[in-house]
Design a protein around this ligand. Sequence first.
Ligand SMILES: [Zn+2]
Length: 78
Amino acid sequence: MKIMTCRQLGGPCDLEHPGETADDVIKANDRHLKEAEKAGDAVHQPAREAMKGRWRHPKKSMGWYRDVKKAFADLPQV
Ligand SMILES: [Zn+2]
């Protein structure tokens, strides 16, 4: 298992998301950003908007996914 933080995924805080794959931590952060938006957390709003943009434009976002997957692959196992 590896751990990526909200910040490593483009967010503003250091909440840790454990996961077996990059997709796991991406999904966990998506949930975290959705919850922050619901709670009216303005600090997370830019990251939430960026995430919505990635869902709308998956092809344009391939670079972001590649970077996250590479960063995840380089992390040590915990
Ligand atoms: Zn966060």
